[in-house]
Design a protein around this ligand. Structure first.
Ligand SMILES: Nc1ncnc2c1ncn2[C@@H]1O[C@H](COP(=O)(O)OP(=O)(O)OP(=O)(O)O)[C@@H](O)[C@H]1O
Ligand SMILES: [Mg+2]
Length: 253
């Protein structure tokens, strides 16, 4: 009953492709996985209501069939910034609603892969941001870096902001957005040197590749699975307590 929150350096950087590939990689290891897209703008109106392409693909990749409303509790029709779409629809996005849907999904699978919307600091309301979702769900973050000129700056700003919110960065994936990128390897080396989290893989730009193909470039063994984090937290507690005790001795609050 755990998961990951996938964010990216920008909209269109490959979050959905990598989410689906990660789900396939985990499923190949026997880990049941469901996908979630809590907030989506750019939805089509059908007989059953609004449907988002990302959410439908995540639902289809799931290890079991989940109700659409749990996979995508907030769906907006126009393909615009989500807080503006929500405002136009008269909807106030609530973390509690997202959390309830996530918890229901989390009971049905070993892992839930939660895809963000846009980048890390996208507003969802007057005082709510995408970055609040993983915190509310207690999920570590995986960062999808859309590999292209300018991505180092976007990556470092995003990593700094993730750390500033106190969220765990579990790893990152490089997704090649520009097959002709100059100095690709040097960019990758710079990213690897500056991001203090494991790189789970480098996914090449290949038109029409599916989740199983993407999974082949990802190494889920490098993911610090939440189960492992839980045991780490348990083992590190005595040291934290010791530190607190020392602080008490020297008179710190
Ligand atoms: N490695 C790749 N090879 C080929 N096409 C790719 C690759 N990664 C992404 N794409 C394509 O680029 C487009 C954007 O990718 P994707 O939808 O995964 O981005 P996203 O970050 O999820 O976008 P959004 O912010 O809209 O959710 C899609 O058409 C997708 O199929
Ligand atoms: Mg997407």
């Amino acid at each position: 009953m755990s998961g990951f929150f996938l964010t990216g350096t920008d909209t269109g950087c490959g979050k959905t492709e990598i989410s689906l590939g990660l789900m396939a990689a985990l499923q190949a290891k026997g880990i049941t996985t469901l996908g979630m897209k809590p907030v989506a703008s750019g939805c089509e109106r059908g007989p059953d209501g609004l449907r988002n392409g990302d959410a439908s693909r995540l639902l289809a990749q799931g290890s079991s069939k989940a109700p659409y409303g749990l996979v995508n509790p907030y769906a907006f029709e126009p393909p615009i910034a989500p807080h503006i779409a929500a405002g136009e629809a008269g909807v106030d996005i609530q973390l509690a609603t997202i959390k309830r849907a996530y918890q229901t999904l989390a009971h049905e699978a070993n892992l839930v892969v939660v895809e963000g919307v846009g980048g890390w600091r996208v507003p969802l309301g007057s005082s709510l941001f995408v970055s609040d979702i993983p915190k509310a769900l207690g999920l570590p973050v995986l960062l999808v870096v859309g590999l292209k000129l300018g991505c180092i700056n976007h990556t470092l700003l995003t990593v700094e902001s993730i750390r500033a919110t106190g969220t765990v960065l579990a790893g990152w994936v490089a997704n090649e957005m520009d097959p002709g990128m100059l100095a690709r390897d040097a960019n990758l080396a710079t990213l690897a040197a500056l991001i203090e989290a494991p790189c789970l893989g480098v996914v090449p730009w290949v038109e029409g590749q599916g989740p199983d193909d993407v999974a082949g470039y990802l190494n889920p063994e490098l993911i610090d699975l939440p189960q492992n984090q839980a045991s780490k937290i348990r083992t590190s507690q005595p040291r934290a307590r010791r530190k607190r005790a020392q602080a008490d001795v020297v008179g710190y609050p």
